[in-house]
Each structure stands twice: as C-alpha cells, then as structure tokens.
Design a binder for this molecule. Structure first.
Ligand SMILES: *Cc1c(COP(=O)(O)O)cnc(C)c1O
Length: 390
C-alpha cells in the first residue's frame, strides 16, 4: 500500500458542524445577523473566563481593531516580536504606526529581559509616556504573541507594561485554551491577561470557522468600542448615522455555526494533541540531535504546534529535513522567516534579535492535526530515525 500524505495541520470537522451550518442555511441566516454569532461570542467569553468577546472576520482584522481601540495611532510605535507570523504585525502598519521588533527567549515568545533592557536603555519615560529616544515617538503599546500555543511570560510583560504605561495586546491567535496553572494569573487564559486579546479560527488553527477571529477582553469599554468598529460604526442603525470610520469585520452566522460546533470539541482536540505531543516527545528524545521543545511548566498549553529542534549533530539540517520528509509524504515547515527581514519592514527598528535568528535556523514544525492518528505520528518518528541524506 502506498503511504498516504500526512499534512501539517488541517481542520477536524467531525462534530455538529454540518448540523449547525445546515440550520443556518435552512433558516436563511447566513450573513452577519443571526443567532449563532452572539451565541458563539458568549460561549467564547465563558470558555476563556472573560467579560466579553467580539467576533470578527479573522484574527488579522481582530488585531487591527485591538490596536485601534487601544488608541494606537499613526504617530505611535508598538513593540512587537520578530519571530512570528507576519499577520501579527501588519495591522500596526494598517494604522500607520511603526513596529519595533523585539527578540524572543527560549520559549520562542517575547524576551522580557530584552524588553526591559530596551525600555531602560533606549527610551525615556516622561509625563507617563514611554518615548523612543531614537525617533522621539511615543511607544503606546506592546503586542505579544503566544507562539504555538505556549504562553508568553505575562507576569513579566504586565510588570513592564505597568511600569511604562503601555497597553498590552495579546495575539492569542494560536493559543485559545492555553491558561496558567499557577502563579499570579492562575486560571487566566491567554488573551485575557493584557488589555485585549485576539483568537483566530483560520483553517490551520486548533479550531476553525474556515476563517474567523474573536476579540476578548475584561474591559467593557474596549469591547464596546470593538463591537462598534467591527460593525460599520453605526450610531443610529435605522437612519444610517455613523460617528467614525468603521469596518465590516463582523463574523457571519455561517462561520459562527462552524465555530460553535468546533468549540464543543476544543477540549477533546487539546487532549488528542497532548497525547500526540507526549508520544513524539518521548520517542524523539532518543534520536541524537533532535528534540521537541517544551511548553512552559506553569501552564496548560493547547499544544497547537509542535516545534522540532534540530541540532547540528543530526544528519540533516532544517531545510534537508523538510525536503526529506516531503519525499516520505510528511508535510513539515520551517518556523516563520523573521518579520524584520521581510521586504515591507526593511527600514524598521529591531532590538538585539539574536535568539530569534538562531531559532529560525533550528525549528521545524511537524504534523500536529487533532485528527493525526497514532500510527501517523509513529510513521513520522520512524522517518526521523532513518534520515536519508538527499
Ligand atoms: C494565524 C495567525 C494570525 C492571523 O490570524 P488569521 O485568522 O489567519 O487572520 C496572526 N498572528 C499569528 C501569530 C497567527 O498564527
């Protein structure tokens, strides 16, 4: 029998998706009105234990709105990570603000140590504002990404943010379901610790609505503003009165139908992902030169993506592994290219991004779908045990 293709991360739609989507079609509520949208918002807020949630078309749109409601304008700068997906940072540019790229630590999330050093050494704090000495611009916000479903060091991040009066936007697009098990934020979910957070339901995320996103917060004023902006900023619905420039960013009832069915299965998906993660991890640690990176110990991660760390003693380097696995019908990908290296960000500021550059060369993502069968994971491991130099 020929080997089947094992994808990296694909949707798993075996719950009530068809039932709910059918209901949306049968009742002819397919657009941004309809009961599923508010129900999905309420259920996400309840799941993440926060005050409210505002749906949007995708995570990118959610981040755009999050920055806007936090008051970021074209005159401001925002501290962002460089080692993440570019959609985390593009919204800073949509607003016309400037990113400052920060390094990661060994968890691949933002380095609090470097963040502190940057604020201390390269900025001044005057009249309650953090001013970047080089540009004389106000750094108004800090955008952290919970990479691969891990949790950024939110205790450290919030401390710095409080010290320098920075708004904290959490890109939790990859981390729905991740929460603290202990410490100051025990029980708190990724996305609900800073001022505002965003989830994504893109097709490759742990739960999907095809495309979709959700803004979450404990700040009701921010939530209200977000709802207003995502729905065309109407001040009077009947008479088409609008009090600012809004967006058509609200999720549709069709998307929300999928989302509700997916949310019902989220904890099951996390359990499956944990089992596969532990299996990979235990087997791969026996292979010289390879290991699977840990999630932090004080959290319950959602185990979204598995990061294979490739040391130089392994027979293949990052690119060779990806090529080799492709010949074995296993889809693998390198971690993202640094955003600060991408063409649209050529002139942007970066702060000591050595670690990000290091991990860039070392990390490969391997199949992690919630419908990955154990024999599929076993096959991937077998391939890694017998690398073929191409
Ligand atoms: C997926 C993702 C986004 C964007 O979410 P979409 O729903 O695809 O727009 C943003 N940031 C990160 C880190 C992501 O992984």
């Amino acid at each position: 029998m020929s080997q089947k293709f094992i994808p990296l991360s694909v949707p798993n739609l075996k719950g009530k998706e068809l039932e709910y989507v059918t209901h949306a079609v049968e009742t002819e509520w397919v657009s941004t009105g309809g009961p599923y949208v508010s129900e999905f918002e309420e259920k996400i807020a309840a799941y993440a234990k926060c005050k409210g949630a505002v749906s949007c078309q995708n995570g990118t749109a959610g981040l755009h709105i999050a920055l806007e409601v936090c008051g970021v304008t074209r005159d401001d700068e925002v501290i962002v990570p460089t080692l993440t997906f570019i959609a985390a940072v593009n919204p800073v540019k949509y607003i016309g603000a400037e990113p400052i790229f920060m390094d990661c630590d060994d968890s691949l999330t933002m380095s609090v140590e470097k963040l502190k050093a940057f604020c201390e050494m390269n900025c001044s704090f005057t009249d309650g504002k953090l001013i970047h000495n080089l540009t004389n611009k106000h750094i108004k916000a800090l955008l952290v990404v919970h990479v691969f479903g891990n949790m950024a060091d939110m205790e450290g991040i919030i401390e710095v943010a409080n010290q320098y009066n920075l708004k904290v936007i959490e890109d939790a697009t990859e981390a729905i379901g991740t929460y603290y098990l202990e410490g100051k934020y025990k029980g708190k979910h990724a996305g609900t610790i800073g001022n505002i957070g965003v989830y994504s339901f893109n097709g490759n995320k742990i739960i999907t609505t095809g495309g979709g996103g959700m803004i979450v917060s404990n700040d009701e004023a921010l939530l209200e503003k977000a709802k207003h902006l995502t729905t065309q900023a109407k001040s009077n619905e009947l008479y088409y009165t609008h009090d600012e420039i809004g967006y058509n960013y609200r999720m549709t009832n069709l998307q929300a139908a999928l989302g509700l069915a997916q949310l019902e299965q989220l904890e099951d998906f996390i359990n499956i992902k944990k089992v596969n993660y532990d299996f990979y991890k235990n087997e791969i640690k026996e292979i010289a030169g390879l290991k699977i990176l840990d999630f932090k110990e004080n959290i319950r991660p959602n185990y979204w993506f598995y990061a294979l760390y490739v040391e130089s003693e392994y027979a293949l380097n990052r690119d060779q592994i990806i090529k080799f696995l492709a010949t074995k019908k296993v889809q693998a990908r390198p971690i993202w290219g640094l955003i600060s290296d991408q063409k649209p960000y050529e002139g942007s500021q970066s702060y000591k991004i050595e670690k990000a550059r290091w991990y860039l060369q070392k990390i490969v993502n391997i199949p992690c779908s919630s419908n990955l069968a154990r024999e599929d994971a076993a096959y991937v491991i077998e391939c890694l045990k017998r690398p073929e130099v191409m």
